[in-house]
Design a protein. Structure first.
Length: 333
């Protein structure tokens, strides 16, 4: 198989979250042509995950997995001597192709692994949640995300908080008759920013991003509503953090905890360079798919950008790395 050509073929099929069906159909056809038994695992509407195994090996001990969806906007592929560009080049269509090539390499040596390709990772891990209800007895799961071919020792979690402040409208010429929700929200945010966030010796510090702020009705109206969306990158339990956020907000604003993805510590293999993934993955939603490891070609620093790309050298190296890790895990099983 032509690693670079297949990567570009997948990039050129738009698959932003929610519209992954076309790329799933193409992948299913490619895998069937390589001789795999291909199962389309329904998720929602016409969206489906793919579970592919060599004939006669429906329950392998190890699976290679990543996601088919991308963030918007769609960016078609282009290529230089050293790189492949386009949306999904490193996150994660290049990884899909590297994992298929690694599975082929292993198959040639009589080693069978499964391939699990999922929808919805960029939004809510819906595909992973569906797959987790249908485990296949896999002992090890090697998940692919752009880590520059280093094994992640940990992956930070996510806590999303919707901070809502309410006030009372009035004419801005008479502010004493109203109560500004925006001012209350700003006061609450200032207190939250003063929090001493936890640190983990392995994963480093918990971090906060104030992602959006909205509110008010017009410049000449005292605002009765304001809201900010916060995102904390987690390095441990959230019990104390939730309490601290609520105490910092006080009576100024109400925190609504809308999403939590837990911090994860991950498996490693001696001799392979490591890193900490400050981002979240499908792994927490795949708890029934074996002991997790996280590694893949490409840099997270260019994922989700207009300059998204993958180095061809890293793509080729990833094929050998995935195969090597699989061999070492299976030989120790």
């Amino acid at each position: 198989m032509d690693l670079f050509a297949l990567t570009r073929k997948l990039i050129d099929i738009e698959s932003t979250t929610g519209v992954e069906a076309a790329v799933g159909q193409t992948l299913a056809a490619e895998l069937a042509a390589l001789g795999y038994d291909v199962e389309r695992m329904p998720v929602d509407g016409n969206r489906f995950n793919i579970w592919a195994t060599p004939p006669g090996h429906a329950n392998p001990a190890l699976a290679l997995s990543t996601h088919m969806d991308t963030v918007p906007p769609f960016i078609p592929s282009s290529e230089t001597a050293d790189r492949i560009y386009g949306r999904g080049s490193c996150d994660a269509k290049g990884i899909i192709v590297a994992q298929i090539a690694a599975a082929e390499k292993l198959k040639a040596d009589g080693i069978s692994v499964g391939l699990l390709f999922l929808v919805g990772e960029e939004r809510d891990s819906q595909g992973a949640q569906t797959a987790n209800q249908q485990p296949r007895g896999v002992k090890y799961l090697i998940n692919g995300e752009p880590t520059e071919n280093r094994l992640a020792v940990a992956s930070k979690g996510t806590l999303r908080v919707e901070l809502v402040a309410r006030g009372r409208m009035a004419h801005s010429a008479y502010p004493e008759l109203g109560e500004s929700a925006i001012e209350k929200l700003l006061d609450a945010l200032q207190e939250i920013r003063k929090l001493k966030l936890p640190t983990n010796a392995k994963a480093g510090p918990c971090t906060l991003n104030i992602g959006t702020i909205e509110g008010g009705r017009a410049p000449n109206v005292i605002p009765d509503y304001a809201m900010a969306q916060l995102l904390f990158r987690l390095v441990g339990s959230t019990d104390d953090l939730r309490r601290q956020i609520a105490e910092a907000a006080g009576d100024k604003a109400e925190p609504n905890f809308t999403l939590e993805i837990p911090y994860m510590e991950l498996g490693t293999v001696p001799g392979i360079e490591t890193m900490v993934a400050a981002f979240t993955t499908d792994i927490p939603a795949l708890a029934r798919w074996g002991a997790p490891l996280l590694i893949g070609p490409g840099s997270i620093h260019v994922a989700h950008t207009e300059d998204e790309h993958i180095e061809k050298k890293q793509l080729l190296e990833a094929v050998d790395l995935y195969a090597e890790i699989a061999r070492r895990l299976l030989s120790a099983a």
